[in-house]
Write a protein that binds this ligand. Structure first.
Ligand SMILES: Cc1cc2nc3c(=O)[nH]c(=O)nc-3n(C[C@H](O)[C@H](O)[C@H](O)COP(=O)(O)O)c2cc1C
Length: 224
């Protein structure tokens, strides 16, 4: 049983990475072989619109044809049973590195074909149990106002639709601790006390949720 965890934050030990590492621990504790990938360590671009994956009789088998650092990673992910992606929100979206990765991961799986018996036609050698974790400055109670309650689940839904036989798990970590020392930065829009409380009280609960996510996805993958 193989489980892969992909960090879309350039920071290797902050909010997103921490939650993903908890998910990884959960997966490892129920026996999965795990791999953790920091996208920031690799050089790659988003989908190049080459359409090699859409050619008649192409042999890409759901893996992007572009040869760069992502190719071997995508090959390993396609063989995995569990996949969890994590990204901070940058300008209301995934980070650029996660978005480029997401395009390269999913476009080769997506087919421009009419559904057969109501089922989407995919090029997917192995279905997976999948999850996604987002971290953000936005407080939970403001997610609706900035449309995150609609836009972010859409990203998660597509991941599930394309890689899994069920909906993807999701975790949203809001109001995150962004700087080591807020007093050093020229910013005044944050309620630092509230954030400190969030860090001490809420983030540990989210770590537990991430742990359970990793565990549960592996457990479900084992039921196949
Ligand atoms: C370039 C940049 C853009 C950001 N844009 C948003 C945003 O649009 N909405 C939001 O809620 N947080 C935004 N943030 C805050 C991050 O999403 C938040 O600090 C996140 O938890 C960082 O993840 P990390 O600690 O794993 O690096 C932004 C941060 C950066 C650096």
């Amino acid at each position: 049983m193989k489980a892969v965890f992909v960090n879309g934050s350039p920071r290797k030990a902050w909010n997103t990475a921490t939650l993903l590492q908890e998910a990884q621990k959960g997966a490892a504790d129920v026996g999965a072989d795990t791999e953790f990938i920091h996208l920031n360590d690799y050089t790659y671009k988003g989908c190049q619109s080459c359409f090699a994956c859409k050619l008649k009789d192409n042999q890409t088998n759901g893996i992007c044809a572009v040869r760069d650092d992502l190719k071997p990673i995508l090959e390993r992910i396609m063989e995995a049973d569990v996949l969890v992606l994590g990204s901070p929100i940058y300008f209301d979206n995934m980070t650029a590195e996660m978005l480029a990765f997401y395009e390269r991961l999913l476009f080769p799986v997506l087919n421009y074909k009419v559904p057969v018996d109501g089922k989407m036609v995919r090029t997917l050698p192995k279905t997976k149990k999948v999850g996604m974790i987002f971290t953000m400055n936005c407080p939970a109670h403001e997610m609706e106002k900035v449309s995150y309650t609609k836009s972010l689940p859409k990203i998660v839904k597509k991941l599930g639709m394309l890689l899994s036989d069920e909906e993807a798990s999701e975790l949203y970590s809001c109001n995150t601790w962004q700087f080591t020392d807020y007093s050093k930065y020229d910013v005044n829009m944050f309620d630092v006390e509230d954030r400190a409380r969030q860090k001490e009280e809420v983030f540990p609960l989210e770590m537990k949720k991430a742990y359970e996510m990793g565990k549960e996805l592996v457990r479900k993958a084992g039921e196949k």
